[in-house]
Structure formats: C-alpha cells, structure tokens
Design a protein. Structure first.
Length: 360
C-alpha cells in the first residue's frame, strides 16, 4: 500500500501517516454531529490534537526503550541493543499469567461489566468517551511502536556509522578506510597494484557503491578506479565526491572529462558542464573543459570523413568556450598549448582574440 501512498522514505512512518489520515477522517466525520460550525472546529481540533499528543507521549517512551545502549569499549562492541523493554516484557508476562490464573473468575465479571457500561454509553449517546479513549490508546501504542522500531533500526544504524567515521578521523585512518580492508590502498602507487587487490576493490564497489565514503576517500577511490580503467564507476565516484563537497569543483570536471573522453557520453558531459557554468559563471576551468569536450567530439567526427554543419559547429563552440576560459584566466594558455585534447585548434589566435576583447 505504501507503494502508492508514500509520504516519506521510512515505511513505518508511512503506515503511521496512513493511520493518521484514516482516523482523522473519522474524527472529522464524527464532528459533523454538532449543531454549528464553531463547535465543529472546536471538537475536531481538540480530538486531532489529542491523538497527536498521545502519539508524541508514546513516541517518547518508545525512544527511551529503544535507544541503543552505549559503553566505552572498542568500536565493534561500543553499541548494544537496549534490552530494558525485553526485561520488562518478560516481567509483565509472568505477572499477567500469574494474575490471570488467580483472578480468572473475576475477569469474566469485569468483562461483563465493561460490555454493559459500553452499551450504556452508546444508548445515552456518550460516544465521545469511546472516541477519546480509542484515540488515546491507539496513538499511544502507535507512537511507542514506531519510535521503538526506528530507535533499534534507523537510529542505531546512524549512530554506528557516525561513530565509525569519528573513530577513523581520531585514529588518523581516514586515508585507509576499514570498509575496503586494504592496507594503504588509496595512497599507494596504482601501477603496482596486483589483480587480487583490484578484485577486492571491485567487490567493495559492487556491494556498497561509491557513495558510502567521505568526500576525500571517494575522490581517491575514483582515481583508483580510473587507473583500473573502470571508467563508468570512476566517473560516478568523482561525481559523488563533488556532490558531497560542492567546493571540490575539480571532481566534477574529472567526471565530465572521463565521460567525454573514455565513455563517449558527449551530451551528458556537456550538459553537466553547462549546468555547472550556470551556477559558477566565473570558474574558468569549466569553460576550458567544455572546450576540450567539443574539440574531442569534433576530432571524433572529423576522423570519420563526414562533413556537416553540426561538425563545424563543434569546432566553433570549442573555440568560443576556450576564448571565454582565457578571458577569465590567462594562465590557462600555457596549459592549452600542451593539451592534446585541443589538437588542431588555433590556440595562439584564440588567446590573442581574448586579450583584444579586454582592451576594447
């Protein structure tokens, strides 16, 4: 059902939202029994606030019973499941069973009295007592169950992951992530890496993706995968590093360069750079990389022997973006003279043209 009514990511909160909508609809319909609009809003508002208050009280208790226990041991045993609810449940079960066996006769008497009392409420139209009692009971239990489950699952997981990251930082192991289980793998000479180590990294990426590490580690993982010629995964790693740290703009440029040069994803790479330029109009390397992209694509088509307006436009676009890069950063000129991605372009003329625009 939550597939069609997805209010949030967590399925337990989804179910809670569905129950809230259902009971709130019943409350609103029940409130129509009053004689004027003001009493309607007073009654419906009071009942809805009552169910929210009951949910919050139950949630607080569920959080207390489910919050992970913490000790000062080493990391693997630092967090433990909170067993207080288990102990209380065992204790209450024994009490309930004992009392039930002793007071079995009186239970039937009290049950009969409860049914008669409920009948009187309905006959005398005291239905609000049942509505209020039901709302308090249902939402107290619902809040307890939902927050207890979240505490022993989602919150527990977040605490463990955050604590692991803190341990890595404090122990100065951020350059060698334990999750990869490889000694100094991301700081070693990539040319010396053997096939077994490569298999370990690929297995890690297959199981965990490239988004579970810190930005610097993600960037180093991208460099490692690029050295292994795993270009698609390397590009995704660099993209992940950028989205985790938007100040690391060169990671995105690396991803775009890989997609353009090695994966031949010309449009995707160019569109990403154009969107980046829209948000960073003064970042010269982005224009420079876009110029390289268009010139690579131009060379790719030119080598096929085809001639068309589209191919000529690629050369023009490359020149225009390179000119803009020179206008923002003259230091890129020396880089452009050595860059094979700009082969065939009249770099000196484009550079002179960029300087001429400044004097005009």
């Amino acid at each position: 059902m939550t597939k069609y009514f997805a209010f949030c990511v967590n399925k337990y909160l989804n179910y809670s939202c569905l129950i809230f909508c259902f009971t709130s609809t019943i409350v609103l319909l029940y409130s129509l029994s009053v004689n004027n609009i003001w009493n309607y809003w007073r009654l419906s508002g009071t009942l809805i606030l009552l169910q929210l208050a009951s949910f919050l009280i139950g949630s607080f208790l569920g959080f207390l019973f489910g919050f992970p226990a913490h000790n000062n041991a080493e990391f693997p045993t630092k967090y433990q499941r909170n067993s207080s609810l288990k102990e209380i449940t065992s204790w209450l079960t024994k009490i309930i069973v004992g009392v039930t066996l002793i007071e079995l006769k009186d239970i039937f008497i009290y049950s009969k009295a409860g049914v008669i009392e409920l009948s009187n409420y309905l006959t005398n139209d005291n239905s609000q007592v049942i509505i209020i009692g039901s709302l308090i009971g249902v939402y107290f239990v619902l809040g307890f169950i939902v927050l207890y489950i979240l505490s022993v699952t989602t919150i527990f997981e977040e605490l463990v992951l955050n604590d692991r990251n803190i341990d890595l930082i404090l122990s100065d192991q951020t350059m060698n992530p334990n999750s990869l289980n490889i000694d100094n793998i991301l700081t070693s000479d990539f040319s010396q890496i053997d096939s077994k180590v490569k298999e370990e990294v690929l297995k890690y990426v297959s199981n965990n993706g490239v988004g579970n590490l810190e930005p610097l580690l993600t960037k180093r993982l991208g460099k490692f995968l690029f050295a292994m010629k795993e270009y698609d995964v390397a590009a995704r790693a660099y993209e992940s590093a950028y989205f985790k740290n938007k100040e690391d703009k060169y990671s995105l440029l690396n991803a775009c360069s890989i997609r353009n040069k090695f994966l031949k994803e010309f449009d995707k790479s160019n569109n990403t750079l154009k969107e980046f330029i829209t948000n960073n109009p003064d970042f010269a390397p982005a224009y420079y990389n876009l110029a390289c992209n268009y010139n690579r694509e131009y060379i790719e088509f030119r080598n096929t022997g085809l001639e068309s307006e589209y191919i000529e436009n690629l050369k023009t676009k490359a020149a225009n973006y390179l000119k803009k890069a020179f206008e923002l950063d003259k230091g890129l000129y020396s880089e452009a003279l050595r860059d094979q991605a700009l082969d065939g372009m009249e770099i000196a003329e484009i550079f002179k043209s960029s300087k001429k625009n400044e004097t005009e």
